[in-house]
Design a protein around this ligand. Structure first.
Ligand SMILES: [Zn+2]
Length: 138
């Protein structure tokens, strides 16, 4: 029986975090699963997920509560939200048109292999709706 049963995506939650990493923050993955990196300054790390204290036979050790990226972003200033989502993206996100998880894109790169990227607003909403939000904040 292994104590480590997987890993949790852990992004650096500060104003420099990118939308992709923020959306991945807190997601849980199997031990054998590779972390999908992305080009640029990825500062994410794999945090081990261990069996709970009760699984290990201890009573009441307490469980770790992980704040999801969405909750973190809601607590940030408008400036930080716009830097991460873009002005139009922020407006659409506040309207509930998409969740951070919808921004997660994965693609194959000739040099880097499988990489993650943040989808554009056009990709997330479709170009018609994205154009509406871009006009709204222009
Ligand atoms: Zn990252």
């Amino acid at each position: 029986m292994s104590v480590v049963i997987g890993w949790r995506w852990s992004a650096s939650l500060d104003s420099l975090v990118c939308g992709f990493c923020l959306a991945m923050h807190g997601t849980e993955h199997g031990v054998d699963e590779e972390m999908i990196t992305h080009p640029g300054n990825c500062r994410c790390a794999k945090s081990p997920i261990t069996q709970s204290w009760s699984d290990l036979g201890f009573e009441d050790g307490g469980e770790v509560v992980i704040q999801r990226g969405d909750d973190w972003l809601r607590g940030q200033s408008q400036e930080v939200q716009e830097r991460i989502l873009g002005k139009a993206g922020r407006a659409a996100w506040l309207d509930g048109r998409f969740e951070l998880a919808d921004m997660v894109g994965v693609k194959e790169d000739d040099l880097l292999g499988t990489i993650g990227y943040r989808k554009s607003l056009d990709e997330i909403l479709g170009s018609v709706e994205a154009a509406i939000y871009k006009r709204l904040v222009a």
